[in-house]
Design a protein around this ligand. Structure first.
Ligand code: C5P
Length: 256
């Protein structure tokens, strides 16, 4: 059997990885910019510029820095996931979705638990745009375990509830979901190969869980059918974020 190029000592120090080994995982890793202000975000992005393609702007950064934080990312050639998890009456969510799309982001989130009318209104808000962002419905937060679900009053387990919400979303025409590693395989089976499944709660083996409960490793989550992985603290709080991201990209490449 020929030695794979990467393991052949003749090539070990000179041969670059094949383009696909680098580019494919890069297109599927989203780094969560959960930092308190625009300056911290810019510093982190500068450290990750050559390594990562996608960045997620969430509630902490957006609330502090506002919409102005988006454009510099786009200007640097990055793809942006705006994760504000809208959850309100249908007309308010439709307006917020239109405003988010106007910022030029590539993906944005609403809560599936807003119900079919809210999901339909959000989808309709994007219908006439020439190049709309991917709309994602959040099923169940990855921090919700059985005890949290019981406290909220759900009768079902978190995974059953996530599946039920995905099923309701599909009936409302939603084609993208955010779910945990634990239910991504079931939602992939339900939603089919073309659905966009974005999965946070990713923890490389041995790393700190933080407040996340329903977690898995990057490779295993891809094997279960994730389209994109969202990784925050394992990269952003590492001593060397670019190296932490590279190790995750390597693990993803093995799985792809
Ligand atoms: O630091 P960590 O990797 O846990 O970050 C995960 C990111 O994914 C956070 O920004 C969080 O808001 C987001 N997220 C999540 N669970 C969801 C949806 C989004 O953890 N269901």
């Amino acid at each position: 059997m020929p030695i794979p190029e990467r393991m052949n000592p003749t090539f070990a120090t000179v041969a670059p990885l094949p383009v696909n080994r680098v580019e494919l995982p890069r297109k599927r890793l989203i780094v969560a910019l959960d930092v308190p202000d625009a300056a911290s975000a810019a510093a982190l992005v500068a450290r990750l510029d050559g390594t990562c393609l996608w960045f997620k702007v969430g509630l902490e950064l957006f609330t502090a820095a506002g919409p102005a934080v988006i454009d510099p990312l786009i200007q640097r050639g990055h793809s942006v996931f705006l994760d504000l998890k809208f959850h309100d009456i249908p007309s308010t969510v439709a307006g917020a979705v239109r405003s988010a799309a106007a910022l030029g982001v590539n993906m944005l989130t609403i809560h599936a638990s807003g119900g079919p009318a809210m999901l339909t209104a959000a989808r309709a808000a994007l219908a006439d745009l020439p190049n709309p962002p991917q709309l994602l419905a959040v099923t169940m937060l990855t921090s919700i375990d059985q005890a949290q679900a019981n406290a909220i009053g759900y009768d079902r387990s978190p995974s059953e509830q996530a599946l039920a919400l995905a099923s309701m979303g599909l009936e409302s025409g939603i084609t993208g979901f955010v779910c945990s590693p634990q239910e991504v395989a079931a939602i992939r089976a339900l939603a089919g190969p073309d659905a966009t499944l974005v999965v946070p709660g990713i923890r490389p083996a041995g790393s700190d869980l933080g407040d996340q409960k329903r977690v898995s490793t990057p490779a295993e989550t891809l094997r279960r059918g994730a389209s994109y992985l969202v990784v925050g603290r394992p990269i952003t709080q590492a001593a060397d974020p670019a190296r932490a991201a590279s190790l995750i990209l390597d693990e993803m490449a093995e799985a792809l």
